[in-house]
Design a protein around this ligand. Sequence first.
Ligand code: NAD
Length: 480
Amino acid sequence: MKILNYINGSYCEPLSGAWLDNYNPSEGGIYAQIANSNAQDVAKAFEAAKAAFPGWSQTPFEQRSRILLKIADLIEKNLDRLALAESMDNGKPVSLAKKVDIPRASANFRFFGHAITQFASEAHESVGLDTLNFTLRQPIGVVGCISPWNLPLYLFTWKVAPAIAAGNTVVAKPSEITPMTAYLLGEILTEAGLPKGVLNIVQGTGPSAGQAIVEHPGIKAISFTGGTKTGEHLARTAAPLFKKLSLELGGKNPNIIFADCNYEKMLKTTLRSSFANQGQICLCGSRIFVERPLYERFKKDFIAEVEQLNVGHPQQGVDLGAIVSEAHRDKIERYIELAKEEGGTVLTGGNRVMVKGFEKGYYLEPTVIETLDPYCSVNQEEIFGPVVTLMPFESEEEVLRYANSVKYGLSSTLWTSNLDRTLRMSKQLEAGIVWVNTWLNRDLRTPFGGVKASGVGREGGFEALRFFTEAKNVCINYDQ
Ligand code: NAD
């Protein structure tokens, strides 16, 4: 099977004729070939996007909205097929793709299809100067969107939907590790009647196709989600070109549990926030801090629950599927070894799982490591797998120090029934999101993004539409 580029409304092969292998992580074999696109393919996609821009940016917002809503409907209609494709490509349980990834991809188009009809800008009357200022928000032109492998269609659409809703045309690249659902989206775009060239999907690696998007002088803004190291590199490339940049990067999120929390709810949610999607969600709570009086009880109950989790082939009704790639599985295993060298104790997990009939798949047990040092590598570096660390704490000040000690600041979770503490800590936690007595609870109108090494800028709601438009002040002087 060939995963092609989608340029100017049609599928096409890469100009170089070069292909990459696409692996099925749950079975360990190659199952498709991906277009290994380069700067020429990006240039071709850019030309298509540039030609489409005048027409699309002039299209009334009601019409743009209608097309986005149609795309949302068609994603819903193709739920089963897309969920299966996502699961095969990524290793995630098909049930998760069906419940979260694909519905959210549809919701992204639906949300921005509606949001664009409500998007407005400001007017400022300068009384005394006899002037009226208004802010004209215009689409930027051709923009670039680059997304990662962990929530493939979910995050791809989170970027492209607001970009086109706002009237831009796009050159977008999904991860070369999970290209399948973005490839399938092409068919849906055509069926929904999206004009040719509005959304062009270029497949290929980061250093080749991705780099070419970031370097292209005509692509005026880049919305990127991925690792912090890649984000640094992107920022260095894009800054001298004065591109608008939105960076959603890595995380090392604390999950802070106070003894006064709703215990059952916390336990159930913590299981999810630790291991959903094999722990490969940037928002997973990978460092669990538990207040001392609750520590031993939580440790015992949590381990018992984790040991009930079922790891296996993603299509067989499991809790955890496969790790996305062999290289990533090996990286996670190195962290588990490092944790032991640093004095950590593996309380449960730590091993590969041999799934009968799929022994070549990349499976790992959900792993809980008790650590003594909040500053050790496994408590500071992003592992991005089914591995959490566990530590007790004595006081609010102490746990805040631990929570904020990392270079990242994406999200944090707080479990407590104390309102004063909630407000105090929400102000002091260095993170773009504070979830209190919940996790991964998303209202798409809210600002989404990180601080510190977790990124620059905000997505979500009108923030995304602001990012994908240029604000121009028009100042009119009038005679009294
Ligand atoms: P990655 O940085 O390796 O790749 C992300 C994307 O960037 C891919 O499409 C890749 O091909 C592309 N890329 C790589 N090098 C490039 C270059 N030189 N120029 C342009 N593009 C390039 O990240 P990943 O391994 O795919 O994803 C995992 C990371 O993403 C984790 O760190 C995770 O925390 C982060 N993430 C963050 C969020 C968030 O919202 N903050 C969400 C999901 C994932």
